[in-house]
Design a protein around this ligand. Structure first.
Ligand SMILES: [Zn+2]
Length: 399
């Protein structure tokens, strides 16, 4: 079973927008209220309040604060589930830090004004009819259904962007059988691909092709860095600061759209041209905490790109295999020898077999070899795939 998200722009009227804002505000209040409750309980007598306990309290809260009735009741329950998830993640991080993994766990935080921007309708409370979205307690909303929803709608998320646009995101369960992937034995060598994701070039393939971030994207990113510096110099809570906040949000939105467009096209191209694609599994935990903007953008792009690649491959019935990134840049793709190098070393030179190639191409070849080997030796056969023939592996090594 597949879960896909369909995202559509919605156009609330002024009145509806006020209602939606008010509901977000009430959800945020509930979130912070329940967070405080848990915090106090823990600090006073080390007790934990469960998700279930807090959901049970909602009717009582509604009596004390009748305006909560303006929000669909399942949406309120979902606020508490969201908080509970934040706590579960927190406890998980606490456990991890005990086990010696360094990350310092941060306690779930209170949500500020601009930090609460979505509401969930987990099962009901909404209906799509005659090109309108009917929302409980809001009414009939104008929606731009630019593509048809295929499958069963499981949930709806209403989201507001920083630039005050509204979106409806439907989580849809797709009931279709996935296409059967081709037997690896039958895939021609020209249809297998290894890719290495990098900072200098977005992507390098084992076939010596390099794909860079598009120029327009670089330009907008440079502009973003400038506006961000400008923004951070503004006084907190000043009028100018608010202005630059909106400017910053618009730029972020533009960049996100441009980047998504680039990633969609690239992943689509790869999936249409190859039947077996090997990539490096990213260490998601190690990412995202980087203080350099360019690096954090790259991290986010890689993660998103792989996500797209995986689901597009799934739908197209081709192989997309992630491998452990350990040593992929150090191993010699020609002979298996380890050739240590720093990030600054751009050329892989092997003293043992004499191979001399670009380091990223070398890495892409190693990634491909690893994926082919994994499929040949590990239990992926369980999915009905026969082990790959040695010749293909040797071919991969040779190239
Ligand atoms: Zn070598």
């Amino acid at each position: 079973m597949l879960i896909r998200t369909y995202k559509y722009r919605i156009y609330p009227t002024k009145t509806q927008q006020t209602l939606l804002e008010k509901q977000l505000c009430l959800c945020r209040w509930l979130y912070n209220h329940c967070l405080e409750q848990r915090r106090n309980a823990y600090e006073k007598d080390k007790t934990k309040i469960s998700c279930y306990d807090q959901i049970k309290e909602i009717p009582k809260l509604k009596k004390e604060r009748p305006e909560l009735n303006q929000v669909y009741s399942q949406t309120l329950q979902d606020v508490i589930r969201r908080l509970d998830k934040a706590f579960q993640n927190f406890f998980k991080r606490v456990e991890e830090s005990k086990n010696g993994k360094k990350q310092k766990p941060g306690y779930p935080r209170f949500k500020g004004k601009y930090r609460y921007d979505s509401m969930v309708y987990p099962q009901s409370g909404f209906e799509l009819k005659n090109n309108k979205l009917n929302l409980s307690k809001i009414g009939s909303l104008k929606i731009k259904l630019h593509r048809e929803i295929k499958g069963n709608i499981k949930a709806l998320i209403i989201r507001r962007t920083n630039t005050n646009k509204w979106f409806a995101c439907f989580a849809v369960e797709i009931n279709q059988e996935l296409p059967v992937k081709p037997n690896i034995k039958n895939i021609k060598d020209k249809n297998i691909l290894g890719i290495d994701l990098g900072l200098d070039n977005f992507l390098t393939t084992d076939k010596e092709e390099k794909i860079d971030n598009p120029r327009y994207l670089k330009e907008t990113e440079e502009k973003l860095a400038r506006v961000q510096r400008w923004h951070s110099r503004k006084k907190l809570k000043s009028k100018n600061r608010n202005k630059s906040r909106i400017k910053l949000a618009r730029l972020h939105e533009k960049i996100t759209n441009q980047r998504l467009d680039f990633l969609h096209k690239l992943s689509h191209k790869l999936v249409s041209n190859f039947q077996f694609i090997a990539f490096e599994q990213l260490n998601i935990k190690g990412m995202s905490k980087n203080k350099y903007l360019s690096r954090s953008i790259a991290d986010a792009s890689w993660a998103r790109f792989l996500q797209m690649l995986i689901y597009k491959a799934e739908e197209a019935g081709i192989w997309a295999i992630g491998v452990n990134p350990k040593n992929t840049s150090q191993i010699c793709s020609g002979c298996g020898n380890i050739v240590e190098k720093t990030l600054a070393t751009r050329i892989h030179k092997c003293p043992k077999c004499g191979l001399r190639i670009d380091r990223d191409i070398n890495a892409a070849r190693n990634i491909l070899n690893l994926a082919l080997n994994t499929l040949g030796t590990r239990g992926i056969n369980a999915c009905g795939v026969e082990g790959i023939p040695l010749t293909l592996k040797q071919e991969a090594l040779r190239r």
